[in-house]
Design a protein around this ligand. Structure first.
Ligand code: BMA
Length: 930
């Protein structure tokens, strides 16, 4: 109480002493379009012009119909956001700053009617001292004028002596020349998304007024910070000593003047109990310009480790860092939630010891968490919306709940969107999702003139420092497919120019970016390109510490991670066509979204497979420019989906065109899920093969809008068949069939990513599709033990059409195994079911399985039963207006074995009536005409 009185007393008796921070999202903003159209509507911060125009009724929903093309005028116009700032402190602030955490992208900023600055990088934080302008100001107006990014990109590309590349190196989606500008690359179109190229103040913005406080030497504002927790002696990219103490390196970037003699203190509290864990002074405090840095060595016994989902608990700590002046007065305080873990991408040479274990020579390429190898299970995260300001934490929470529900522990935050905001990393920290993060360069090569490089240095430094404290941060990668695709492309098309472009590539990715990561973090590994053969040498005394291997490979040796797309669906299930590497960071095939998603975005008359709206929203293959009358590229991608469906499944011929469309969309999803399952099983089995494969991240987690894509989760959060199948096949212990079409060899493996061995039994039964048990080829019950992070062959035979009627035989298999989840002491039972058929389901003699669906509202469980045959790809569907996920879906159902399926309800606008509209079907339903 005494302290309270004292503070109150100070406020009553002295002029304002507190720093004045005005959040500009609270101001009244106007969005105008000078000089055309006379548009002037209410604006917002953070926002983008499309969103404010939509809210004002000037344009219709950008995601509807063909607005991707029809709204190009918005991208090609200039937009001005203006406001008059209120709440400014007039009683002599020492400094007044404008701070923008993100301007998208080309601006000319006026303050008090005067030109203040121009900006050209969406990913930078900008801060301007406006003290002088304000002192001569009659009206504190602020206007941020955005130029058209596509038009400016074209102008930059046309500058004399501008860099050029061999034809095809820049993949053009819709608007060209994205590589010249530092803006989200997929804003100009991508093969799964639209090209709105939005403009606006897309991140929070503030006015910061520093005051002259009594009893303090100065007033400072922390605009960014970098907290790095590593093991003492740790070096980037190398496994540290796990018994070493922790080293905290805290660094704050401030506005205002850091007084000589300023010091730093730290305080750790347990984030769930608030209990103080440790506190003290940081040593070696140094001030360099406007950054103060200090370190502390921390006792490892005091902190519980942070683990990814499925591998242990997500222990988190709140860290408070304070800046004190020499008299001990607190000048600034920063709070961040963090965690203690080491995460390393180990790319070291395969050791003799590893070779003795049967691992092929070459280099490692796997992640280690807290010194443990683990299997990385996950997918690729793209921008969850074309308009970031409308991405809420509720949306990300829901999406990331789906990630962990599907047994995934890693996302690759792909390189041509935006650096993820902190709230996304916060959710990942909580959920235990490792975020392989990338700089925003992809599917192009980039300029390396001084201005461009300087701009990138600012962008990279800001973002590396901003997110470094998140335990979920797993890696920094320079960009997407640069080594495997872009450099390869130059080598193929213009070999004589290869060395020139290689030098530029190395300047940006092996000199500039790697050194920014290494200078600001000891705890994070770096690779220059998402798909890479790793390094030949890592030498910290070299100015460019990493020397890339590129294609310097020794035959028979295994290196690096793989990227695999094959749209020839005839070999989709032929596992000899899959790449053998140490890690799979991308693989996939596209599918249609559900009817429910299409209905949100296109008119009822367009709900058929090759309607012009459906085709023009399909961007695989991308149109390659702004021409909207060219359907050829899209038709090719649409064709790949239909050919795969026809080749491998019964396809629908329904008379009701909407029902037919829906069934076709669904069938493309079945193929997608089936294909990914086959690939994931193969990659996971590799954990016990010489390639020691330790990760698979499929392309792609989620959709940016309602359109065909590689996603497993649709724009509104609805799970496609793929997401259910990913959940199933990423369970810790799985049984999987491997059939060699050429030789007839048939093998069944049990694979486990547990950290200790698991033992159990496998059970098998061959069935005819009508449910009759096949007895002449029975497989006995088999006992097995599968080692830690390993695979074991449980059964091998040869099959052919003489022993088995391929069109009328399906093998059901299941396992039950006892083992321990990592970092637990309890033994758990792991079960998994799978099935196999030697021939395409297009030829299978399916019968009506007589599916029955009942619902028990008291326990909120659906029961599905096959009464007259085997149901394959059994699918429970739910209507629009509700979002949920079932515990499982897309499964095989044997007659006489009813299955209970619960669900997690995420939102419901139907007042519970959705339950009556739940339906069940299986692939057999495609044979029905209605
Ligand atoms: C890879 C990705 C993306 C792309 C996807 C599907 O090239 O890195 O650029 O969207 O495949 O084509």
């Amino acid at each position: 109480m005494a302290i309270f009185k004292l503070i109150l007393g100070l406020f009553l008796t002295l002029p304002v002493i507190a720093q004045n921070v005005i959040d500009l999202s609270g101001s009244d903003w106007t969005l105008a379009n000078p000089p055309y159209n006379n548009i002037s509507v209410p604006g917002a911060v953070p926002s983008q012009a499309h969103l404010d125009l939509y809210a004002a009724g000037i344009i219709s929903d950008p995601y509807y119909g063909l607005n991707d093309f029809d709204l190009r005028w918005v991208a090609e116009s200039n937009w001005t956001y203006s406001t008059t700032i209120t709440g400014l402190e007039s009683s002599s602030p020492t400094q007044t700053w404008l701070v923008f955490n993100g301007l998208d992208t080309f601006t000319s900023i006026e303050f008090c009617g005067q030109h203040l600055a121009s900006t050209n990088n969406q990913f930078r934080q900008y801060y301007f001292d406006v003290s002088v302008l304000l002192s001569n100001c009659t009206a504190p107006t602020l206007s941020v004028n955005f130029g058209s990014a596509p038009l400016i990109a074209d102008q930059i590309a046309a500058e004399p002596n501008q860099e050029t590349w061999p034809y095809g190196v820049e993949i053009v989606y819709e608007f060209p020349n994205r590589q010249f500008i530092r803006k989200e690359q997929s804003d100009f179109g991508w093969d799964w998304g639209p090209a709105f190229a939005p403009a606006g103040i897309w991140q929070p913005a503030y006015v910061v007024q520093l005051m002259s406080p009594p009893n303090k030497s100065s007033d400072i504002y922390v605009r960014n910070s970098d907290f790095d927790i590593s093991r003492v002696g740790q070096l980037n990219n190398l496994p540290p000593d796990q018994s070493a103490p922790w080293l905290l390196n805290a660094s704050l970037d401030v506005l205002g003047t850091l007084p000589e003699g300023a010091a730093l203190t730290y305080l750790f509290t347990n984030s769930s109990t608030n209990q103080t864990i440790s506190c003290g002074n940081l040593t070696n405090a140094t001030i360099l310009a406007n950054t103060i840095t200090g370190t502390a060595v921390l006792d490892p016994a005091a902190y519980e480790l942070w683990w990814p989902h499925g591998l242990g608990p997500q222990n988190l700590y709140n860290l408070t860092i304070s800046v004190l002046d020499s008299s001990g007065a607190t000048l600034a305080t920063v709070n961040r939630r963090t965690g203690f873990r080491t995460i390393v991408l180990n790319m070291e040479v395969i050791s003799e010891e590893q070779i003795a274990q049967g691992i092929a020579p070459g280099n490692n390429w796997h992640f280690e968490i807290n010194g443990h190898e683990f299997y990385a299970k996950g997918s690729n995260f793209i921008p969850p919306d074309a308009f970031w300001p409308r991405v809420t934490s509720a949306k990300i929470q829901q999406l990331f709940d789906s990630v962990t529900a599907a047994n995934q522990n890693m996302l690759r935050v792909w390189a041509s969107g935006a650096y993820a905001p902190d709230f996304i990393y916060d959710i990942a920290d909580q959920e235990g999702i490792l975020m392989w993060s990338e700089f925003e360069f992809g599917d192009a090569l980039y300029p390396t003139d001084q201005e461009f490089i300087e701009n990138v240095i600012e962008e990279a430094t800001y973002n590396v420092r901003r997110v470094n404290h998140h335990p979920s941060l797993a890696l920094w990668a320079g960009g997407n497919e640069l080594e495997s695709l872009e450099l390869q492309n130059v080598n193929d098309t213009a070999p004589e120019e290869y060395n020139f472009y290689l030098m530029q590539y190395e300047q940006l990715f092996l000199d500039v970016l790697i050194n920014i990561v290494y200078a600001n973090s000891k705890s994070i590994s770096y690779i220059p390109s998402s798909t890479t053969n790793g390094y030949l040498e890592l030498n910290f005394s070299l100015p460019e510490p990493m020397i890339e291997r590129y294609n310097n490979k020794t035959p028979g040796f295994v290196y690096g991670d793989t990227d695999y797309y094959n749209y020839d669906s005839s070999v989709a299930f032929n596992y000899s066509s899959y790449p053998v590497g140490r890690f799979a960071n991308e693989f996939g095939y596209h599918s249609m979204p559900s009817l429910q998603s299409w209905q949100e975005a296109i008119s009822p008359s367009e709900l058929y497979f090759n309607s012009s709206t459906v085709q023009l929203r399909n961007h695989h293959y991308p149109p390659g420019g702004l021409n909207t009358s060219n359907f050829a590229n899209s038709s090719k991608g649409m064709g790949e989906m239909t050919i795969a469906a026809e080749r491998w499944y019964k396809v629908p011929y329904k008379t009701d065109y909407v029902a037919n469309f829906s069934a076709w969309c669904h069938t493309t999803q079945i193929f997608q899920a089936d294909f990914y399952k086959s690939e994931i099983q193969f990659y996971r089995r590799g954990s016990g093969f010489p390639n020691r494969q330790l990760g698979s991240l499929y392309w792609q987690l989620e959709d940016i809008w309602q359109a065909p894509s590689w996603a497993g989760i649709e724009y509104d959060g609805r799970w496609k068949v793929l997401h259910y199948i990913a959940k199933d096949i990423y369970q810790p212990v799985i049984i999987s069939p491997f059939y060699n079409v050429t030789t007839g060899d048939f093998e069944i493996y049990v694979t486990s990513d547990l950290w200790s061995s698991a033992s159990g039994t496998a059970f098998f039964q061959w069935y005819q599709w009508d449910g009759t048990l096949i007895t002449n080829v029975s497989i006995p019950v088999i006992s097995f033990t599968v080692g830690a992070l390993n695979t074991t062959l449980v059964y091998a035979t040869t099959i052919d059409n003489s022993t088995l009627d391929y069109n009328n035989a399906v093998l059901y298999m299941n396992i039950s195994a006892r083992g321990q989840l990592p970092n637990t002491n309890t033994t758990t039972t792991f079960t998994h079911e799978n099935f196999f058929h030697a021939d395409s389901l297009a030829n299978a003699r399916l019968v009506d399985p007589g599916l029955r669906l009942t619902y028990d509202s008291s326990v909120q469980v659906f029961t599905i039963e096959a009464t007259s045959g085997v149901a394959v790809w059994t699918w429970i569907d739910y209507p629009a207006g509700v979002l949920l996920n079932f515990d499982s879906n897309g499964f095989l159902l044997l007659p006489g074995h009813p299955k209970e399926v619960g669900y997690i309800l995420k939102s419901d606008t139907t007042n519970g009536s959705w339950v009556e509209q739940v339906t069940v079907e299986s692939l057999w339903d495609n044979t029905l005409a209605y």
